[in-house]
Design a protein around this ligand. Structure first.
Ligand SMILES: Nc1ncnc2c1ncn2[C@@H]1O[C@H](COP(=O)(O)OP(=O)(O)OP(=O)(O)O)[C@@H](O)[C@H]1O
Ligand SMILES: [Mg+2]
Length: 355
């Protein structure tokens, strides 16, 4: 009877969003759940029986409190604390420590961490999705209003052209037709891809290598680094759409990097990750990192809106299109940027079967 109960408890623990750790009297890790693996960027196999001092560094106050709690058996909690983890990242967390009797009645400490940053990020991600949806519906309305009269103008110019016998007069109608076509093309690009994704199982690393081969020819000065996690399963998506999205982001990075520029393609799995209103058990995280000057401050807020560009010759459509393509796969593109270090992150849910 106890076996199913234990399994049930285990399932709950493994699926919790809070990071859960159990440490013993020597501060060594006895257990960690998948959210803790994600938070501390270490697999439980590697973390097992290592000291928590290897995961969280330079935090004497934190260690003093957990040692006291282990000795006195008193629980404690801390809110809005910043902890430095071994990757050098600072984590904004709330955490609770509760003394427990663990396997074989040993006195251990149960530590629960909730990332405050994650909640803020979830709100930002939802904002990105809503922003893209709002701009798309505005564009659809506008495109309809532009394309209808544009068709009329083009048709009338063609009729007029037939009436002109003189070559010079025809040049004027040709200008009208050419410009009407150009405007229609622009509106179509702004509308973005209208096709329904044609999905199949795809190896994301093959796609990244394909993009790298494509762009390396255009940008010989750029050094490409591949940092792939080979354990990442196939994604289920439309190959040409995903290539297009990665290409748009990579081409932007190429434009920005210096002479000896470096672009890194990095892949990692993420577990139990929420995008918008849905939580997915497994997500492919694809980072495209460059060492360019960073995204201009004044366009960051609306970067994924159409026509937002930092270049006089840019149309500002590349990122808007990429975002739409990835949204069509229930995924999301986000970014962080500072001088010398810009990351665009594609988050793609991994589906094992067709939707
Ligand atoms: N990796 C990056 N580093 C710095 N700035 C970037 C980076 N990626 C994008 N940007 C900025 O974001 C702007 C918008 O990019 P987006 O791809 O949407 O449009 P664009 O490149 O200007 O035009 P196009 O429609 O031809 O792609 C760019 O003009 C550039 O200023
Ligand atoms: Mg671009």
């Amino acid at each position: 009877m106890t076996q199913p109960k234990q399994q049930f408890a285990q399932t709950i623990l493994e699926n919790m969003h809070s990071a859960v750790l159990v440490i013993n009297q020597d501060l060594c890790i006895e257990y960690m759940n998948p959210s803790a693996e994600m938070m501390f960027q270490i697999s439980r196999a590697r973390a097992k029986m290592r000291s928590i001092e290897e995961l969280i560094i330079d935090e004497p106050g934190f260690f003093k409190r957990i040692k006291t709690s282990l000795q006195t058996q008193h629980p404690f909690s801390a809110f809005e604390d910043d902890l430095m983890v071994r990757t050098g990242q600072s984590l904004a967390v709330d955490y609770m420590a509760s003394p427990i009797d663990y396997v074989d009645c040993r006195q251990c400490l149960l530590l629960e961490f909730v990332g405050r940053g994650r909640h803020r990020k979830m709100a930002q991600e939802k904002h990105l999705l809503n922003q893209n949806e709002a701009s798309r519906s505005l564009l659809r309305g506008l495109a309809h209003e532009i394309k209808n009269p544009l068709g009329g103008i083009r048709g009338a110019a063609q009729l007029l052209e037939k009436k002109f016998s003189n070559e010079q007069d025809r040049e004027f109608t040709q200008v009208i037709i050419r410009e009407a076509d150009r405007l229609k093309q622009l509106v179509d690009r702004m509308l973005g891809p209208g096709d329904i994704p044609n999905k199949s199982q795809l190896n994301i690393h093959q796609i990244l290598e394909h993009v790298r081969n494509l762009v390396q020819v255009e940008a010989e000065h750029v050094h490409f680094v591949a940092d792939y996690d080979p354990s990442l399963p196939d994604i289920y998506g439309d190959e040409s759409m995903i290539i297009q999205a990665i290409l748009n982001i990579t081409r932007n990075a190429i434009k920005e990097v210096p002479e000896d520029g470096e672009i890194t393609f990095r892949t990692r799995p993420l577990r139990n990750y929420t995008i918008g209103d849905n939580t997915y058990p497994l997500i492919a995280k694809i980072d495209i990192i460059d060492n360019g000057p960073g995204i201009p401050e004044d366009i960051r807020e609306n970067l994924f809106l159409p026509m937002v560009t930092g270049h006089a010759e840019g149309t500002g459509l590349g990122l808007s299109i990429a975002q739409t393509l990835i949204n069509q796969h229930n995924g999301l593109i986000e970014f962080t940027s500072s001088p010398g270090y810009t990351i665009f992150t594609l988050l793609l849910p991994l589906h094992t079967e067709s939707e």
